[in-house]
Structures are given as C-alpha cells and as structure tokens.
Ligand binder design. Structure first.
Ligand code: RIB
Length: 307
C-alpha cells in the first residue's frame, strides 16, 4: 500500500485576517472593526483539510513563508492530519488574505499572494502524485494549472480545478485548453461573468467544454450552486441558515462534492451533501472553522426533512 495521500490539493496556504466592519469607509475615512481574528486559510489548504475530515488521506502542495505566520498556518494543517511533507518554505512573506465582512453580509477580500507565488511546476513531484485518487488545484496560476494538467494526463489521474482570478483573466480559449485534462471544474458566479460573454447561459457554456470535463459547477455565494454534467443541470438546495462568514464555503462544497463523486454518488447526492456541508460551514467565521463531518451533515439534512 502506498504511503502517499489519496487526495493531493495544490494551491494557496494563507493567514486570513478577518474583521467585521461597522460601515464601509469612504476615501480617507476611518472606520472601526467590530470583531477581528486571524485564521489559517487559503483555498488549496482548506480543500485538503475538508477531505481529511471526510476520511480521505490528504496532502497539500504549496509554499509558505519563512516567518512565524508560516509556521502557524502549517501547524494548523498538520494538526488536522494533512500531510505537509511537500510544502516548500521560501524566503518571502506568508500569503495573507484581508477579509472584511460588511454590515450587509457581503464579503470584501484582498489577497497578498506572497510565498504562494513561488510555487513552481517542479514542486509537483510525480512520485508523490502517482497513486492519488484525485488531484485538486485551486486559485493557481496558468503555469501551475498547465503543469497539473500535464501530470494528470501522464499519470492518468482524476482531477478538479477551482478557478481563481488569474485563470479567469486568461480568456476563454486558453482556459478551455487547460481544462482538457480536468474532470470537474468549479467557479463562482463572479468568475463565470469574467470569463464568458454577458448573455452566456451555464448550459451553453458547458457545450463548449472539452470532452474529458464531466462536471461543471458554479457556486452562488451562500445560495448554493448550479451543477451540470452536460445532460442534467441541477440547482443545489439553498438552506436558510445564519450566515456568519462565507470564507471557505466554496472549498468545503468542492471537497465534499468531489468525495461523493469519487465514491460513485449521483450528481444529486453529491450536490445535496456538498450544499449541506457549505450551509453548516458558513455559520462559523474562518476558512477552516466548523468544517462539518459526514455525520453532522446527515444530522442537519435529517433535521430539515423533519421540518
Ligand atoms: O477559498 C477561501 C480562501 O480564499 C480564504 O481562506 C482566503 O485565504 C482566500 O484565499
């Protein structure tokens, strides 16, 4: 049996500074934060933490700064059981996300990539990836997404890609080329709008996707997601919960969705569990705080059925 993880997640590892704003400042105005905290985050790292919580041995590939924050975020991943043997420490500041929750429950996010931008194709060691059931890349650069695609093709693996700002800026034609090697693609509504023309429907967009890509998911904030496999399009249920912070909800959705698809679940089943997982996650502040396990998700779904 291989000692390598079943899931390898590639992407960002950040320290998230999350504050609740009393109001949104105008130019030169000072406003106060009502609440403030720092939380380990980063999409790739969050995804690995969720998979690990769901019983899939997980590893993370990324870069962290040689500073105290780097040690802090790495330690959190290790405590959650994620394998960090392929995280590279670099002479740079650890990645930061400044996240402001507004009084109207919107989220403003400003990110400093820092050490994350040092990730190189050579960090994707084939020996480490060879036996993985799934590779997942999140908010990576076009160079890294291309390199992940090459590994996927060479090693004949399954893979999902969560698009971030850099990939969404590269234009539809180049992006579709990268997607040729992925099975599942996640993006949020804003990213969808950035890539495709204004009147594009999700259904029409899926027809343009490369053959290997089986499933396309557009997450819609705390309202769930639209999922299509080209034949069936499903809108996930949206749950009426007390939303505290949507940070990490997309990563939670993606990891739980992938886990169920990998396990042979139908699109409906996978979406149901993923949406419920995200609905539980948004009730906690911080990218990895309150990641629910399968038992909690089932309990939540049962409680809804009884209403
Ligand atoms: O995907 C959520 C993550 O995005 C946050 O944890 C934050 O680090 C941002 O990069």
């Amino acid at each position: 049996m291989s000692a390598n993880p079943e899931v390898v997640s590639i992407g960002n590892l950040n320290l998230d500074l999350i504050g609740k704003l009393e109001s949104i400042p105008k130019s030169d105005e000072k406003v106060l934060l009502k609440e403030f905290g720092r939380w380990p985050g980063g999409g790739g790292a969050n995804f690995a933490a969720v998979c690990q919580k769901h019983g899939l041995s997980s590893g993370f590939i990324g870069c962290v700064g040689d500073d105290a924050f780097g040690s802090e975020v790495l330690e959190d991943l290790r405590e959650r059981g994620v394998d960090t043997s392929h995280v590279r420490k670099v002479r740079a500041s650890t990645g930061f996300a400044f996240i402001f929750l507004t009084p109207r429950y919107e989220r403003l996010l400003i990110e400093h990539r820092g050490a994350n931008s040092y990730l190189k194709p050579s960090d994707l060691a084939e020996d480490y990836l060879r036996d993985a059931k799934l590779l997942h890349a999140s908010s990576v650069t076009p160079e890294i997404a291309t390199a992940v695609g090459e590994r996927v093709q060479k090693l004949n693996l399954k893979a999902s890609l969560d698009l971030g700002a850099e990939l969404s800026r590269m234009g539809e034609r180049k992006l579709l080329k990268i997607l040729e090697h992925f099975d599942i693609c996640f993006m949020n509504e804003e990213t969808f709008g950035d890539i495709f023309e204004a009147n594009a429907t999700k259904q029409s967009v899926l027809q343009r996707f490369p053959k290997k890509l089986e499933i396309f998911v557009v997450t819609i904030g705390s309202e769930g997601a639209l999922v299509s496999d080209g034949e069936t399009t499903i809108t996930s249920p949206s749950y009426d919960v007390d939303v505290k912070d949507t940070t990490g909800a997309g990563d939670t959705f993606a990891a739980i969705f992938d886990k169920h698809i990998l396990g042979g679940a139908s699109l409906e089943e996978a979406v149901k569990f993923a949406a419920a997982g995200a609905a539980l996650k948004v009730q906690h502040v911080g990218g990895r705080k309150g990641i629910p396990d399968q038992r909690e998700i089932e309990k939540f779904l049962n409680s809804i059925d009884k209403k």
